[in-house]
Ligand binder design. Sequence first.
Ligand SMILES: C[S@@+](CC[C@H](N)C(=O)[O-])C[C@H]1O[C@@H](n2cnc3c(N)ncnc32)[C@H](O)[C@@H]1O
Length: 242
Amino acid sequence: MKLYDDISEYYREIFPVADSLKNFFKSLAKPNYDKTLLDVGCGTGDFIFNISDYYSSLVGVDIDKSMLSIAKKRQKTNSSFVNSSMLNLERNFNNQTFDIISCIGNTLVHLNNIDEINSTFKQMAGLMSNNSCLIIQIINYDRIVDNKINFLPTIETQNLIFKREYELVDESRSVIFNTLLKEKSGKFQKSNSIKLLTLRLNELKALAEYNGLGVESVYSGFDKANFDIGNSVRTVVKLIKS
Ligand SMILES: C[S@@+](CC[C@H](N)C(=O)[O-])C[C@H]1O[C@@H](n2cnc3c(N)ncnc32)[C@H](O)[C@@H]1O
C-alpha cells in the first residue's frame, strides 16, 4: 500500500505507543502473563514489542511488506510476523487459537466492504476459544459522518508534520483519507490518499454478534474513558467469544 510504504520509516515517530494502550493489554494479560496474542494489522510491530514481556507468544500479521520489514528486523524471541491480509487468517493460522486478538489503530476499516468485515470477524472468531477476547479500535465514524468532520488533528513531532483530511464519499459509506507527511527541514513531502470504510458502532456490534462475539465494553480510548457516540474521537470495543 503506497501510504504505508511511504510512511513506514517514520511510523514510530508519528504514532508512538501510548502508556494507556500498553497498560490496557498488560491488564488483559493478568494474572499469569502466559497468554497468546495475535495482532492483526500489526504495522511496524511497535505495539507488540511494547507488550511482549506480558505475553508468552505474540504474532503480528500485516499486508504491507514495508511496515512488516521494520517489525521483522526488530523481532524478539517470543514474537513472529506473517505477511498476509486479514482476509486470509484462516488459511494462515489453521487450527491455532489465541487468547487475545487485537486489531487496533483503525486497521479494520481498511477492508473494502461490510462483507469483508464479516468474513474477517468470522475468521477471527475461528481462532478464538471460549472466553478469548477481541479488541477492536477504530475512529468513531458515527461522529465523522453525522457531524461531517473533514479532518483529524494534525500530528507534529520533533522532525515531522503529518496532516490528515477526510472526504466523505459513496453516500458517506466511505471516506477518502488524504495525508501529507512533511519533514520540517523541507527534505521531503509525501502525499497519499486511501479509501476507508465509515463503519458505525451498531454495524460493528451486529457483525461481531452475528459471528458469536459478544460486546463486553465500549470505550472512547485505552484509558477506558466513557464512550460518547457524538463526541468521542475513537472507539475501542472489547468482544468476548461465548
Ligand atoms: C493505521 S496502520 C495501524 C498499525 C498498527 N495496528 C497501529 O496501531 O499502529 C494500519 C495497518 O493496517 C494494515 N492493513 C491494511 N489492510 C490490511 C489487510 N487487509 N490485512 C492486514 N493488514 C492490513 C496496513 O498495512 C497498516 O500497517
